[in-house]
Design a binder for this molecule. Sequence first.
Ligand code: CO8
Length: 258
Amino acid sequence: MAYETINVEVQDHVCQIKLNRPEALNALNSELLSELCTALEEADASDKVRCIILTGSEKAFAAGADIKEMSEKSFTEVFSTNLFAGVNDRVSAIRKPIIAAVAGYALGGGCELAMLCDFIIAADTAKFGQPEINLGVIAGIGGTQRLTRFVGKSKSMDMNLTGRFMTAEEAERAGLVSRVVPAKKLLDEATAAAHKIAEKSLLTAMAVKETVNRSYELPLSEGLLFERRVFHSMFATEDQKEGMAAFLEKREAQFRDK
Ligand code: CO8
């Protein structure tokens, strides 16, 4: 499918989706969000894709929701259309792993979109922030909720109340990003990580994603039970037999997603 505000490329089982509104630092307008959700759903459904990378430009992953588009909206309109609920639900429903490769600004909805991915690899130029308070609003798709779970209350309050930006180094220390790499190597590192994931059984990778995400929804005892039951269920798969046999026979596993 042809898109106006994103570029999509599939190579070696990895789908790279690049946000592409350079004139607005990849601000997330309704067209971009709709195209992004459709592209993610297409990748999720495609036999050719085993892992997804979401990225932006060198200057901006995304500088937030599109302020021009939002500025004239009324309460009635945003409430009755449940603005941004669909994006949260559609991105959360993707079952294949999504890596956010972030360089430059990831602000407001940009930071929230990165947090909706499964993990974040940051360039050393990345800047994360929830500056919505400067616009007289608050975060709307995870900036007060997911960010607090990732970095703790104190830092989340700091980010949401002062609107200051976090460097990549601080974001790694705080647990928001999994690794920081030189900006020039960002896509190579993200692609290498995606290829590593793509080599695994897709069934198992999806089970990992579903189970880790449950840890945010469940108390520990229920989370552990869910994990154990999913672990047990993997013994019904051919990939479990193959993975363990390959280890014992000292060879590479040939997973078949069965
Ligand atoms: N919306 C619309 N346009 C934007 C946005 C934005 N969020 N950010 C930048 N732009 C535009 C600018 O208006 C400018 O356009 P023009 O050239 O036509 O004037 C162009 O991008 C370049 O921007 P700057 O000239 O400002 O570039 P600087 O390098 O001087 O500054 C900054 C970069 C610091 C990133 C600055 O642009 C900035 O502060 N942007 C706004 C950041 C912000 O407040 N983000 C939060 C938005 S609110 C939000 O995200 C609510 C989340 C709700 C959920 C979202 C669900 C997906």
